[in-house]
Design a protein around this ligand. Sequence first.
Ligand SMILES: [Fe+2]
Length: 192
Amino acid sequence: MSDLPFTFNLPLPHVVPSRVDNHIERRLSAMRGQFLDEAAYQEMLAQDDRLIYEVYEVKRPEVSGEFLMGVSIVHPGKVGSEFFMTKGHFHQVLATAEVYYCLRGEGYMVMETPEGEACVEALIPGSVLYVPPRWAHRSVCTSRLEDLVTFFAYPAEAGHDYGTIEQQGFRKLVVEGADGIQIVDNPRWKVD
Ligand SMILES: [Fe+2]
């Protein structure tokens, strides 16, 4: 891998980076147990293994001092009343931060610490979100029509811990209620 400086573009409207080393697609079948409404999940899965989100990664050596960058695209949709979202993760090296820059769409970043402190921040085009060290994070697309597209950068040694979140989800859920978009407590969530 070259150590020369490089430039890439995020051309509108699709915002796929002009330099891509890896493309990840996460479908509904990869999100088993993540959505609260299991019956709605099974019903949707039986019809179509929908594409929920994609990540385009720009690779660098996964060592301290480097950054990993990419673009995350969460597609619009809901399972029951819960909006489509990413799996969400802690970083394996917990004390590493991440920066997100929202390029398109509308949504939220749902976050929490291992101690159970929770925070939900809105994302609209132009939002820059700083996720401090130790905060797990999940993006949620709340637009009915448009993808939620964010550019991200984080320390290359961070790694991903998906398992902790898979056990009980995040403390907060983003759902469509009678009065529109609502942030509600996750009834499955508890502090060990
Ligand atoms: Fe991350």
